[in-house]
Write a new protein. Structure first.
Length: 293
């Protein structure tokens, strides 16, 4: 096999089609939050600057002396509940916690990926391996520019994701072709799980998230080898990655409490609404833990 060059990446891009509307599904909901939150655009994707404005939502009366919580969704645009979970949390629950924390939410970092239901951006780059200065993903660079303007201490970061059947049927085969490297197969976990950071695991924080989410949906169980997506579990529904080493969104902060959520929308035991509610429950469970400690 030979890794993709420009021709192959261009051919891949031409095969992608729009399947839903960022403006209708996401921007319209963000616009409605302007009366309750500080909503600003932090840039526009050059692929279509009018179609793809990027938004950050902040609780009002931001106080740099108060600790800040960061919520990110749609790093992979195809992971729907991450986007809508972030927005639903802001709509229904953020103001409750705004007396204790500043809350900063980037609900859809990759809107082109949202519209085409894609993990990659138009250049066949995975944003969630590109969160570093001067990296190849425009989505990440615009986010980092806005993120670095946040004043004060960030205490927690919730990065909202999904693991879908298409990870195995679409993404891994494409990744294998793009890089000309065999990809190790791993079973898609049926249920919710979290990925903490090996450098700061904060297991009780992760457990609080799991316990909150189990009230909404089932927790993923390990495979026969005791692993989830090829990684040994540390506790029920909990695994760890070295997030900074991998340039993941979850590694951008120096926050003590960091989690990446993963829910399985293709489960026969889940619905789109349940997956979105699980994302909201994850944030609430983590924040309730912080409030109690």
């Amino acid at each position: 096999m030979i890794p993709w060059g420009k021709l192959e990446k261009d051919n891949w891009f031409r095969e992608q089609t729009l399947k839903r509307s960022y403006q209708k599904d996401v921007v319209s909901k963000i616009e409605k939050l302007k009366s309750s939150f500080d909503v600003t655009s932090y840039g526009n994707l050059s692929y279509d600057s009018e179609k793809y404005p990027l938004y950050v939502i902040k609780t009002k009366n931001f106080d740099k002396l108060r600790k800040t919580v960061l919520v990110t969704g749609g790093v992979h645009g195809y992971e729907t509940s991450g986007v809508h979970g972030a927005i639903q949390f802001m709509e229904a629950h953020a103001e409750k916690y705004a007396h204790t924390f500043n809350i900063v939410c980037f609900p859809c970092i990759s809107p082109w990926g949202y519209e085409t239901i894609n993990r990659w951006n138009p250049l066949a780059i995975d944003p969630n391996r590109s969160f570093y200065a001067g990296g190849p993903a425009e989505e990440c660079n615009l986010f980092l520019s806005s993120y670095h303007s946040i004043e004060g201490e960030i205490i927690a970061h919730f990065d909202l994701h999904e693991t879908t059947d298409t990870d195995n049927t679409v993404f891994r085969p494409a990744l294998e072709a793009r890089d000309a490297k065999p990809q190790e197969f791993s079973e898609i976990p049926d249920g919710f799980y979290v990925v903490g950071d090996t450098a700061k695991p904060e297991k009780q924080f992760q457990k609080a998230i799991i316990d909150s989410v189990r009230k909404v949906t089932h927790i993923a169980q390990p495979d026969e080898a005791g692993k989830i997506i090829g990684v040994p579990i540390e506790d029920e529904g909990i695994i760890y990655y070295d997030k900074k080493k991998l340039f993941l969104c979850g590694g951008v902060t120096d926050a003590r409490y960091v989690t990446t959520t993963e829910v399985y929308p293709d489960s026969p035991r889940a619905t789109d609404a349940i997956c979105t509610e699980a994302q909201v429950a994850a944030i609430k469970g983590g924040l309730d833990f912080l409030c109690g400690n």
